[in-house]
Design a protein around this ligand. Sequence first.
Ligand code: GLN
Ligand code: ZN
Length: 585
Amino acid sequence: MLTGAFTLLKLAKFTGTKKAKDFVPAVVEAYSAVLNQLNSLGAEWLQLDEPALVTDLSAEDIALFNELYSRILSAKGSVKVLVQTYFGDIRDCYQALQALPFDGIGIDFVEGKQSLDLLRQHGFANDKVLFAGVINGKNIWKNQYKQTIALVREISKLASQIVLGTSCSLLHVPYTLKHETKLTATNKQYFAFAEEKLQELAELKSILAQADPQTSALYTENEKLFNTSRLTNANAVQNRVAALTDADFTRLPAFADREAIQKAKFNLPPLPTTTIGSFPQTADVRANRAAFKKGSITEEQYKQFNFDKIAGCIAQQEEIGIDVLVHGGYERNDMVEYFGECLDGFIFTENAWVQSYGTRCVKPPIVWGDISRSKPITVEYSAYAKSLTHKPVKGMLTGPVTILNWSFPREDISLKDSALQIGLAIRDEVLDLEANGIEIIQIDEAVLREKLPLRHSDWQSEYLSWAIPAFRLVHSAVKAETQIHTHMCYSQFSDIIRDIDAMDADVITFEASRSDLAIIDSINECGFQTEVGPGVYDIHSPRIPSVDEIKQGLGRMLGKLDAEKLWVNPDCGLKYNGPKRLTHK
Ligand code: GLN
Ligand code: ZN
């Protein structure tokens, strides 16, 4: 199994004047050498992963693909080559794939909206094997056999050799349900983690082998699950979502008026300083949380430790001279898991870790039912922090899109409805913070971009059309003088910059130190109204920039941005860093 030549070139970044096509000879040579070697070792199949094929492809892309593979496959020998695609359909290159001498083509029938239609329209070559992704490799719910069997029946009419598989690799789901001791038996019967998905494939195979699948016990048992509702709760949350009107998504007065009111109220110095929320999660902070979880300290002791930490954190920020303070987030394990734990409707696993980015892993909450908030979550700690200082203290929340994107979502209601449910819960929290004297509230949408569809034509219709409103819902009811911040993390924002402005926050802080301030140009071009805090240093790097370097960066920002709109802050929370990072003024 290897990353395919096309995806490799599509995801590579080229410096200087060289382009993808300049590397064709070298790439062809390298892949041909691998094929040769596999042949001499007697390998049967080589899978080449080509997820880039499910994105919007230009004629030039397709020409590149054709050139690469007509050359690579020209001397492929006896090893069979499977071109594996996933995360969508291959509408732009379906026929190109059929025409090339691949032995197998892997197609995603879960996320590939047009996959079945493509097969119907163009057929499927008789000499190729269709690797059909029919079990969702990205979510943890059991497969509904009735639907999958109907799908496989359709596919069988169109392709003669079929292999059943998952829609994508299993690295997006946790390993096994086996060791989950705290989930109820009821919960567990609805889930299939990676190992259980393999079991599902085996079961589907055995059901399909029967003359009348409907009579199979495996089939009827599975169907029973889907015929009865998992949920017993009243429809209060769904009714609240259904009753939302345009006014609930519109904050008044408009940005410019609010900006003037807030400038007069807070009277902050030019280039106000703030941080993104979390302070270093030192060993004692973690030990305190762990001890409370284990039951070895009382709730009172647990909280007192956090109160003392907050007091230290506020004192430190005052001493440094920061303008807008934070409470430090000592009570939070993770920006999503924490809110999941405090809201009703989520459930949690003990071991269901998945890779997030790089070597970082997260344990996503599972959206089990309708989401609601039964009591305030962050008010006590934020209000305590506020009581210790005359400076403004920023309340700190995670937004609905980020909470949903880093959870395993339901499949029985839409992502939009789940986002609005979470949005309403966080909105209640925002209003409680405001009522308790918190005048600045940050609502993080760190991974807003993460679930942006791969195809441009789906961006608005399938995602931004509800994701941006879900954020607006959270803050639309606050007073004009309450300042709403948001924060976003590493990702390319330039192409959705207008949508980010349409979130209608008062201030946004984001990563800029690593992307060479390119984003500031897009901000300028689109007449961005939201005030901005492009991070002045990269908190994920152990390198501490000098004061001069930071000054220079700010100088460059000031050359491009209105000084009235510029904030000064690190590019993300200080959670992962040693206490040293704070001392730069
Ligand atoms: N407010 C969060 C923090 O400071 C944001 C974390 C993030 O963006 N990843 O930790
Ligand atoms: Zn961040």
